[in-house]
Design a protein around this ligand. Structure first.
Ligand code: GUN
Length: 301
């Protein structure tokens, strides 16, 4: 009998979501409507950001979502960028993202705060973070939302499980820890939130008793096989470039030996973030046309 794969295939799950979104758009679109449209703001020439943006645009095209790409020079001032965002807020576009990171002379939080929450398809605005934390309908932060989708689609139980989230960024670790503790079908977990400042022995003892580990610290190969228990499920959010190769925050080979399931890098969380962005854009478009969306049902993913 073939052994069951331990790989949590984010690419496959993402493709299935994007194809569902495509079907839904085809079924809803009529002559009185414009197709959904996403705006993508890219400041500067960061090669990693350019590559993420290309992948986001490719996914939108597959789903039947139109896009506009607004490329801005590295030297743009914060005020000039705020003016661009104001234009997008007032446009008929369904949603837009500002690809991060931004150049260091721009205050990222000021930029996020200026995005109309109803067009914030990354789910980064404080209003969307707050609503998500309270379990209210909202645009959900893209990467945590994608991870919950991956958990759901692979029928992984979180209720009553001990989940350790390593990393406490505003866009991944912090919202994810809260969402996993919410009282929804994917949630109801006992969550420990750690970061790289957690004392090594405390971090180790938490990791060793974790049923599920989600790691987003941006340190290549940080999590090794000796830090986890047999049968653990590992979700690797890290995307690090080392010697021209993309690797995650997990030392894949040693952790693979012990885990029951693991996301690869690339092909794990990355594509799920993109599919979450596509769902948020679909939902924003539907709410513009007053089409009821499952988003408004309590706890629905
Ligand atoms: N940079 C890294 N991840 C993300 C993301 O999910 N959205 C945006 N806008 N920028 C990012």
């Amino acid at each position: 009998m073939p052994t069951k794969s331990k790989i949590l295939d984010g690419k496959k799950s993402s493709e299935s979501i994007i194809s569902d979104v495509e079907q839904e758009i085809i079924s809803l679109l009529n002559d009185d409507m414009n197709p959904p449209k996403l705006g993508v703001v890219l400041v500067g020439n960061n090669p990693a950001s350019e590559s993420y943006v290309r992948n986001k645009i490719r996914a939108c095209k597959k789903a039947g979502i139109e896009h506009i790409l607004i490329k801005l020079d590295e030297t743009i001032s914060e005020n000039e960028l705020l003016i661009e965002i104001d234009k997008l807020n007032k446009s008929d576009i369904d949603g837009f993202i500002v690809q991060l990171p931004l150049p260091s002379h721009i205050d990222m939080q000021n930029i996020i705060n200026s995005i109309d929450p109803s067009k914030d398809v990354d789910g980064f605005h404080p209003i969307n973070f707050g609503k998500t934390a309270l379990g209210l309908p909202s645009m959900k932060p893209a990467t945590p939302y994608g991870i919950l989708k991956l958990i759901k689609m692979n029928k992984i139980e979180t209720k009553g499980k001990h989940v350790v989230v390593v990393g406490r960024s505003n866009i991944v670790g912090k919202p994810l820890s809260i969402m996993l503790g919410n009282d929804f079908s994917i949630g109801r977990a006992t969550v420990t939130s750690c970061d790289i400042n957690t004392p090594k022995n405390l971090l180790l003892s938490e990791l060793k008793r974790a049923d599920i580990i989600i790691i987003a610290v941006g340190r290549p190969g940080f999590l090794t096989g000796d830090m986890v228990k047999e049968g653990v499920i590992v979700i690797d959010v890290g995307i690090n470039k080392v010697d021209g190769k993309i690797i995650g925050d997990v030392e894949f080979d040693s952790v693979y030996e012990k885990c029951s399931l693991i996301t690869p890098v690339p092909g794990g969380v990355g594509p799920m973030t993109i599919s979450a962005l596509v769902i948020n854009t679909l939902n924003s478009w539907k709410s513009k046309y007053k089409i009821k969306t499952k988003r408004y049902e309590k706890g629905n993913l």
